[in-house]
Design a protein around this ligand. Structure first.
Ligand SMILES: Cc1cc2nc3c(=O)[nH]c(=O)nc-3n(C[C@H](O)[C@H](O)[C@H](O)COP(=O)(O)O)c2cc1C
Length: 346
């Protein structure tokens, strides 16, 4: 198994995320309003929420974001969530595969293809790890997982507040460029809760990524989790980061598919994310908690709730499909408007 410390940390993370308050701030979507249509000329049941991401069809624009693997508890979490994704036709990602690349026998804590043969499946690796492994080794890891693409997570805020964290991010951009060139799988640049800026999005595009998961603030906060574990106070850093809605605006003109993750908790927020320019939304914590409370069935229920709310939001905005939703009239106000205008994003 991975080192004692890693196992303990992963188990602590899962436990804290299920039981404790690990979210901070606002994701910015309360500052977005979809303009209401009183004559939608639509039938609710005929609204089409399907879309595609990286060439795969999804029944709604939703990804269950990568969370876990490498420890025993992870096996069931991954299998339940992947099976729910299979039943409902959405995408799913496993958590960091650092443990598996070192110990290939840990594959079974990540392996879900037997219960989810058709889903869009993402592998996962940290940006500070990719410099340490040849692309061929990462490719083998993805082949063994049956993944369709690799999420490379960018988590400097988590690392910097972790006592045992990786505090050296030099050389990561050239390593990412090399990986994108040689991997032969699409790479997704993925933040985990502090948001991707326009500047970072351009760097990612130049490096050759195929999509961006903006991982904005307003949901699970990894700096907060690590500070709690270390018994320290984050102070004002508790609200550091780019709220998810702002991060979508930051990245939308870069010309890559955008996944809006970070505090997304309703189908209405998914609809707003699409209207702002996202291709899909991503959710992690609510799926972990659903799985903890009732396995695959509760995860399926959560997907169904998201689909129902998304359909209603589309109906009220007069949009019959996701293409129309991506052009839906909306108003941006408050802090999000201040952000967008100072950054010249609107
Ligand atoms: C328990 C847990 C473990 C996570 N582990 C990873 C990981 O290994 N790799 C990664 O890219 N993101 C990881 N994340 C981040 C999520 O994919 C997501 O970006 C973040 O939690 C924000 O979404 P949320 O607010 O819906 O939880 C993890 C999240 C949770 C809750």
């Amino acid at each position: 198994m991975p080192g004692e410390k890693t196992v303990k940390r992963k188990a602590e993370h899962l436990d804290m995320c299920v039981r404790e308050d690990v979210e901070t701030g606002s994701n910015g979507f309360s500052d977005v309003t979809l303009v209401h249509r009183s004559l939608p000329e639509l039938e609710l049941k005929k609204i089409d929420t399907s879309t595609s991401l990286l060439g795969k069809k999804l029944s709604l624009p939703l990804v269950i974001s990568g969370m876990t693997g490498g420890v025993e508890q992870a096996r069931k979490v991954n299998r339940d969530l992947a099976a729910a994704a299979q039943e409902r036709g959405i995408a799913f990602g496993v958590g960091s595969q650092r443990a598996m690349i070192e110990r290939p026998e840990l594959k079974e804590t990540y392996y879900v293809r037997d219960v989810a043969p058709d889903i869009l499946l993402f592998g996962n690796m940290g940006i500070t790890q990719i410099a340490k492994y040849e692309p061929a080794r990462v490719r083998k890891m993805l082949e063994d997982t049956g993944a369709n693409a690799l999420c490379v997570h960018l988590n400097p805020a988590q690392e910097v507040f972790q006592t045992e964290g990786d505090w050296d991010f030099t050389g990561t951009l050239p390593a990412l460029r090399k990986l994108c060139r040689e991997l032969r799988y699409p790479v997704i640049g993925k933040e985990v809760g502090h948001g991707i800026s326009r500047e970072t999005a351009k760097q990612l595009k130049q490096a050759g990524v195929a999509a961006i998961d903006v991982g904005g603030s307003g949901g699970t906060n990894w700096a907060y989790i690590e500070a709690k574990r270390a018994g320290t106070d984050l102070g004002e850093f508790k609200h550091h980061g780019i709220p998810t809605a702002a991060a979508v605006l930051e990245c939308r003109k870069v010309g890559l598919p955008i996944i809006a993750t970070g505090g997304i908790r309703s189908g209405l927020e998914i609809a707003k994310a699409i209207a702002l320019g996202a291709t899909c939304a991503g959710m992690a914590l609510p799926f972990l908690r659903a799985q903890a409370s009732g396995g695959k069935q509760m995860a399926i229920r959560l997907v169904d709730r998201m689909q129902e709310e998304l359909g209603r939001a589309m109906f009220l905005a007069g949009c019959r499909n996701i293409r129309e939703l991506s052009k839906a009239d909306h108003v941006i106000k408050g802090d999000l408007y201040a952000w967008a205008s100072q950054r010249k994003l609107v």
